[in-house]
Design a binder for this molecule. Sequence first.
Ligand SMILES: Cc1ncc(C[n+]2csc(CCOP(=O)(O)OP(=O)(O)O)c2C)c(N)n1
Ligand SMILES: [Mg+2]
Length: 358
Amino acid sequence: MAQVLPAERGLRRVIGDGDAVPDGEVEGLSDHDLVELYRSVVLLRTYDERSVVYHRQGRIGTYAIFWNHEAIQAGSAYALNDDDWIFPSYRESAIGLLRGMPASTVLAWWRGHPAGWWNPADYNVASICVPIATHVPHAAGLAWGKKLRGEKACAIVYFGDGATSEGSFHEGANLAAVTGSPLVLLCNNNQWAISTPLEAQTRADNLADKAVGYGMPGLRVDGLDVLAVYEATREAVERARAGEGPTFIEAVHYRAAPHATADDPKAYIDLERVEEEKGRECVARFEGYLRRAGILTDEMAESIRAEAAAVMREGIAAAEAEPPADPALLFEHTFVDPPASFARDLAELRRTLGSSLG
Ligand SMILES: Cc1ncc(C[n+]2csc(CCOP(=O)(O)OP(=O)(O)O)c2C)c(N)n1
Ligand SMILES: [Mg+2]
């Protein structure tokens, strides 16, 4: 029988407030690790902020902003080994950067260019999943496969609070639990599914409680605390590697940016709460922790930010230097024997797009 731990109601936190709440420590994390984690959150923050600018300049398409989700992504990814698999949703589109994927690849994805399609096996990062929760069963299946082959690697799947209302989430979570698969289910609870608030999504007291129904532990962490997220994920990964099956982690915060570049949340969101969240945003919070600990200097912070800015400058230049894609790609890879109409459709598309593309 699986041992079911009660979901922890309180949010786990490590980073204090620089005042009444003292800073904690994560055992086993060296100063070097802390700086690497900082490098990751800054890289993701820079990616996100630059992407919004590139969108406004018409250089990338609609973009799912992940501002203030960086602590969840960087903290959890740091708890993984390179042979562990990552299954991102659109909200974690740039998580591949933490595995060495070039920024140009992710930017090309948001430009709708095939240079943005990578081979998942190159980075152990699955394709970005746009349909809500459909990647949860994929991740469960991969994790089960790892177990059946006797490999030690595990998988992590990222999804939102809204995804917990989807059938695919339940199927994937249950499959992982009954097969005892090494899977970390990381729920980014930003309390909104576009304009649908959490209270319209569930009657559960908290999302981590759902874990009990599947027979897996449920942990709740402060989603703006990169160290708390790291520590919880490390625990989940240790359980997975020890053959103890999946863990559900609920990382709680409040969405402080629009859902995507096409959204105007002023119509529905609590703007005061957004301002509060911005005041405790996750990169500055971690930076404060590192400075109080005497680990981060102005020069280091400056050089890490400059490094990230250079990655983005080079990334957008490389993405824009890609030659236009062949429109024939739109008609490939679906049918072994394509319908005859495809040839006519492709010819018409080539005519419409003009000879420069065809
Ligand atoms: C199966 C499916 N239904 C609907 C949508 C449209 N949609 C895109 S994002 C979104 C909200 C998802 O919210 P949540 O799971 O909380 O993730 P978040 O965007 O907040 O990270 C919806 C409904 C979709 N992409 N896929
Ligand atoms: Mg959400």
